[in-house]
Every structure is written in C-alpha cells, then in structure tokens.
Design a protein around this ligand. Structure first.
Ligand SMILES: [Zn+2]
Length: 288
C-alpha cells in the first residue's frame, strides 16, 4: 500500500530527535526566517488554498515538529480562534496534501498531551517542557514524563471467504467496519485482537496477520491493522459494544468498498479499515 493513502499516516518531517534536546539549536531555528508555526484550536485548524495555514512561532512554548525537505522548521501551538476545519473532515475530504495531514496528527496528539499533563502524575508539582516538547520534567521529584501513544487493535476476521464486520449504534445508518479495541497492559498485539473479537462477537481467532498501522489523533491512538483467521463462525454479540455484527460475503464487501452497495457502506480510503477489507478480500481469494 502506498504510504500516503492512509489519512494521518504519511509524515515526511525529520523530527531531528538528536538535535531537539539542544535548546540553543532549537531557539536559533525558531527565530530563523525558515520557521513555520501551525496553530490548532482543539482539533480544528485553518486551511487556505489547499494547505494548512502557518505563521511565525513567536513564543518559546511552541512544540517542535521537525524539519521538512526544504529546510523549514515546523512548530505547533494551541490557539484560540473561530472557524477552521476539524481534522476528520480534512482527512475525509482530502483538503490538504497527505504529508500535511501527517504533520497535523503529530501536532494534535502532542498538544493534547501537553494540555492534560501540566502537572506531575507522581508528586503533583507543575512540570516543565523539555526537548522541544517530547519530554516534561518535574523539578520537584525529578521524574521525566513522555508523550503517550495508545495502541488500538483493529481487525477484520475472515472465514470461508467472508469478512466479520460490526457496527455501533451511533454510526451512520448502514455503516459497518472492522472491530477494534484498546490494548491492555501485558498483552501481545495478537492476544489483544483475539480478546476483542471474542468479547465483542464471540468468535475465536487463530492466526493473526499484521497489515499496516495508522496514527489516529483523537487524541493519540495508533491503530494496528490486522487480519485474523477465525476458527468459529457463530456470532454472540456483546450488545453493550455493538448494535450488530455479521459475516459479509466477498461480493458484498466488494460492493461496499466500491460504494455500489444499495444499503451498506464501509469506512473511506483514509481509514485503515478500508485497507484491511481490501487485504481481507485478497487473502480470501488466495485461499480459494
Ligand atoms: Zn514530580
């Protein structure tokens, strides 16, 4: 799969992790004419002429994102403005180039983390931003805190040429997608996926195949996309989690992907579930 097809998954910035611990280096970059600042208000950003709007970073508190291939240094900070467009709409509509969407995902996840972690979770003292925004240090108990990423397993189970998909009550009518859930501590990716499918649909999964991953900045998930080979087929629905789950034959999935199904649809190509369904169809065809 080309890396720029998944929304938020294509980030070409050099994060300069070896340099960003160097405060004078970072300060010189920020004050250079090649610095660019994007401002987010929650998950909204202003776009103009098909690009993310940017200005000059004026405050030392801006988070460093990285260097682009033209040598521009990108920074981000939380703003307070009216209007703008939310990240989901930008991704679904393809309103900015794929690499700018990747940069927005990085900025959004980092900014949310800073907004929620101003105080030390160990002793309660106010923490300080370090390393361009990739560490918060507690001056009181000396603990370092690092930005979080929350892994989520998302899986299409296959059996006898059919794909297991489910839907939540809150989704748009006719929308079905891959089942997903947060990983828990002490779990492998494979076991987390098997647990989720068993809990939500009562299906036992054997072999698990990794397909791709996708940053999902709402606010800081990483979707880990998998195909699972189901060993059972009788669905027992967890009605707290799902409104419905069903086995969809390949021809029906094909129609959902193509947008030609009379009543059902699946997530758009910017979402990893769409690519998992394509991989699942290819795998089903290869098994036959
Ligand atoms: Zn502390």
């Amino acid at each position: 799969m080309p890396p720029d097809r998944l929304g938020f998954g294509f980030n070409t910035l050099d994060r300069a992790a070896n340099h960003r611990t160097d405060k004078p280096w970072l300060e010189a970059l920020r004050q250079s004419g090649k610095a660019r600042l994007i401002r987010l208000h929650g998950d909204r950003v202003r776009i103009a002429d098909g690009h993310v709007e940017f200005g000059q970073p004026e405050s030392e508190g801006a988070i460093f994102l990285g260097l682009d291939s033209a040598g521009h240094a990108w920074f981000a900070e939380e703003g307070n403005f009216d209007g703008g467009t939310d990240l989901r709409s930008i991704a679904v509509g393809g309103l900015v180039p794929p690499d700018e969407l990747g940069l927005l995902a990085q900025a959004r996840s980092l900014l949310v983390w800073h907004a929620r972690r101003s105080f030390c979770s160990n002793c309660g003292a106010r923490t300080e931003i370090q390393d361009g925004g990739y560490r918060r240090h507690c001056p009181s108990c000396k603990m370092d805190h690092f930005p979080r990423t929350d892994p989520v397993v998302i899986m299409v189970a296959i059996r006898d040429g059919a794909c297991l998909l489910g839907r939540q009550k809150s989704w748009a009518p006719g929308m079905y997608s891959a089942l997903a859930g947060f990983m828990e501590p002490g779990e492998t990716i494979e076991d987390a996926a098997r647990r989720e499918i068993l809990e939500e649909a009562g299906i036992r999964i054997g072999a698990v195949h990794y397909i791709a991953s996708q940053p999902w900045p709402f606010p800081s998930s990483l979707m880990i996309g998998l195909i699972g080979e189901a060993e059972t087929s009788d669905i027992k629905l967890d009605q707290l989690e799902l409104e419905d789950a069903r086995w969809f034959p390949a021809n029906e999935v094909r129609a959902m992907l193509a947008g030609t199904h009379p009543s059902l649809r699946c997530p758009p190509p910017m979402a990893i579930a769409n690519h998992l369904l394509e991989s699942a169809l290819a795998r089903c065809a290869a098994i036959r």
